[in-house]
Design a protein around this ligand. Structure first.
Ligand code: SPV
Ligand code: MG
Length: 289
């Protein structure tokens, strides 16, 4: 069970390394690179639909994408479920659906619906602490498998609130039953996160998303006391720049000859999509006829 795998990872001494992905192929590449788990990123999935990361896609669209990702890998998928798609009743259905479809864990953030991506220069509307704690309690009461993981994401620092507020929220979410706290920051250095960890007296794992503080290494994170790091958008961003380069070069050159040596081979594509495995199975079963 992937839920068990994720639980085991959470108990480990090492920092769990998670990478954002948005479809079956990117999830598979994440596994092949050696990541412990895949983050079904709201930013990535919405961007690949060419719509804003602002609850424009429905829960079902995100879940369908996560199901494909889950089927393409043997490592756990942690789904970015924004603020839970509405009220406690939306959260209750969400947990049932995600769990039923073999998703190992979910993350919900304490923002109001519709949320907007944390790095957008816009007002970030937080939900009242009690309201969000109720969503956590509802989610934990709903899950059937005790190993299903719920990460509660604190957006206080993103919303410009005080460290005290962030700590207060993290403590309330732990008390409501969260399995881990994601403390999000948009600072360019780790200092804010370090301060949070020092002040936070809770015992549950802490998760970070170092998008704006990329210089922090996994060993430093371990020393600070971080349990999980999510590199939330690097696959998406690398695919955008790779495609942009290739596409513009073809238009400019009027031929694909110049980019052939820089792009993956057809053999690689076949390998990733399981073409060779399929052919072997064909041979096996046709031979036995
Ligand atoms: C995502 O990947 O969608 C996230 C992380 O939620 S962030 O973009 O940093 O908000
Ligand atoms: Mg997101």
């Amino acid at each position: 069970m992937k839920t068990k795998k994720l639980r085991e990872l959470l108990k480990s001494e090492e920092v769990i390394r998670v990478i954002g992905a948005h479809n079956g192929l990117s999830a598979k590449l994440a596994e092949q690179a050696g990541f412990d788990a895949v983050w079904a990123s709201g930013l990535e999935i919405s961007a690949t639909h060419a719509v804003p990361d602002a609850n424009i896609l429905t829960m079902t669209e995100n879940l369908q994408t996560a199901i494909v990702m889950n089927q393409s890998t043997s490592i756990p998928i942690i789904c970015d479920c924004d603020s839970g798609y509405g009220s406690v009743n939306n959260v209750i259905r969400m947990v049932k659906e995600y769990e039923r479809n073999g998703i190992a864990g979910i993350c919900i953030e304490d923002k109001q619906f519709p949320k907007i991506n944390s790095f957008v220069n816009s007002t970030q509307k937080l939900s009242p602490i009690d309201e969000f704690a109720s969503k956590i309690r509802a989610a934990k009461d709903t899950q059937q498998d005790p190993d299903f993981v719920l990460i509660a994401r604190v957006e206080a620092l993103i919303a410009g609130q005080s460290m005290e507020e962030a700590i207060k929220r993290a403590s309330a979410y732990k008390d409501a039953g969260a399995d881990a706290i994601l403390i999000h920051s948009k600072m360019n250095e780790i200092d804010e996160i370090r301060e949070f960890v020092e002040l936070y007296k809770g015992s549950i794992p802490i998760v970070v998303v170092p998008t704006t503080y990329p210089n922090i290494g996994v060993n430093d994170l371990k020393n600070i006391g971080i349990s999980m790091v999510i590199y939330a958008n690097h696959g998406l961003r690398s695919s955008i720049s790779a495609m942009e380069k290739t596409f513009s070069r073809i238009i400019k050159d009027g031929t694909t000859a110049g980019i052939e040596s820089n792009i993956s081979s057809m053999h690689k594509v076949f390998e990733l999509q399981g073409m060779f495995e399929m052919r072997q199975l064909e041979d096996k079963y046709n031979d036995s006829n």
